[in-house]
Ligand binder design. Structure first.
Ligand code: UDP
Length: 329
């Protein structure tokens, strides 16, 4: 039987496909290639170009393949864009997942591992953030991810759907073999933007505010390597296979780094001075986001292998310096 990975041509999806294949799984990928890259998908996976909102297309994929479980990444994921275009997020994210779960139930597939986000929490009352913290998303992106999690709960009750939702903190880094990495257009994430400076693609890095209530005044985030995230998806799948209960887990390293610290580490990795300039705050950025991932460690047996941010940045640098234009598509 095979694992269906929706959004398997995207950043975290493609790394998860690589991890699943390395673990000996059979993998089927569905991606509409709106933000994903065909060449990010291993040739060892079976690929279908199509949209999860297209029920007839999805039913065809389920009919053609013996699907045991779904790992669901396909979604729009830009916080700022979601505030500008909420209906697009409800359509692609919520309706897309509705269409997917409909096809799953129609085809007798009852396990889903879901790509969720720390954006479901909003501004935290305290850190590290536990899974029991209040969820008050501050964007349609976080809101639709939370709505999907809630939809799974009701679908468990009604149809016996089993789910694991993984709430990621700041995904970064690239496959250590250098074959795949991060390629967003436009890029909005801190580490790839910093690395554009030594690549000669921008003059300096803009720091979004240095007047936050943190030691150096810049925002603190919990950076987690994409292969550690990928591995957590496989462990979540094993958890469901073993009859484990539906659940929600945070995924982060549990350590925070400020924007200035990340820039300093990138200077060390690249040997480039990487000039920085302070610019205004970006709307909706909480000062500090750090995960408690104790639950994922205890229940799933998850153990992040990349807990050193320099090493994480090194894997990203290896990818970006060899692929300055990403996948070039
Ligand atoms: N950031 C920054 N300059 C940039 C991009 C990001 O100062 O050009 C900051 C951003 O304000 C946040 C942190 O870097 O505090 C991480 O941002 P990113 O967009 O990578 O992830 P987010 O935390 O928003 O999910």
């Amino acid at each position: 039987m095979a694992i269906l990975v929706t959004g398997g041509a995207g950043y975290i999806g493609s790394h998860t496909v690589a991890e699943l294949l390395a673990q000996g799984e059979r993998v089927v990928v569905v991606d509409n290639l709106r933000t994903g890259h065909r060449s990010a998908v291993s040739p060892d996976a079976r690929f279908y170009e199509g949209d999860i909102r297209d029920g007839a297309f999805l039913n065809g994929v389920f009919r053609d393949n013996e699907i045991e479980a779904v790992i669901h990444f396909a979604a729009s994921s830009l916080v700022g864009e979601s505030v500008q275009q909420p209906l697009d997020y409800y359509d692609n994210n919520l309706f897309g997942t509705h269409s997917l779960v409909r096809a799953m139930t129609a085809n007798g597939v009852d396990k889903i591992v879901f790509s969720s986000t720390a954006a479901t929490y909003g501004e935290p009352e305290s850190v590290p953030i536990l899974e029991t913290a209040p969820t008050r998303p501050e964007s349609p992106y976080g809101e639709t991810k939370l709505a999907m999690e809630n939809m799974f709960r009701w679908c468990e009750r009604a149809y016996g759907l089993k789910f694991v939702s993984l709430r990621y903190f700041n995904a970064c880094g690239a496959h250590p073999d250098g074959s795949i990495g991060e390629d967003h257009k436009p890029e909005s994430h801190l580490i790839p933007i910093i690395l554009q400076v030594p690549l000669g693609q921008r003059e300096h890095i803009g720091i979004y505010g240095d007047d936050y209530p943190t030691e150096d005044g810049t925002c603190i985030r919990d950076y987690i390597h994409v292969m550690d995230l990928a591995n957590a998806h496989w462990l979540a799948l094993k958890h469901l296979r073993a009859g484990g209960a539906s659940d929600i887990f945070n995924l982060g390293n549990g350590t925070g780094f400020s924007v200035k610290q990340v820039i300093d580490l990138a200077r060390g990795v690249t040997g480039h001075p990487i000039p920085a300039a302070v610019s205004p705050r970006r709307a909706g950025d909480p000062a500090v986001l750090i995960a408690s991932s104790e639950k994922a460690r205890a229940v799933l047996g998850w153990q992040p292998r990349y807990d050193d941010l320099s090493t994480i940045i090194e894997t990203a640098w290896q990818w970006h310096s060899r692929h300055p234009n990403g996948y070039g598509d």
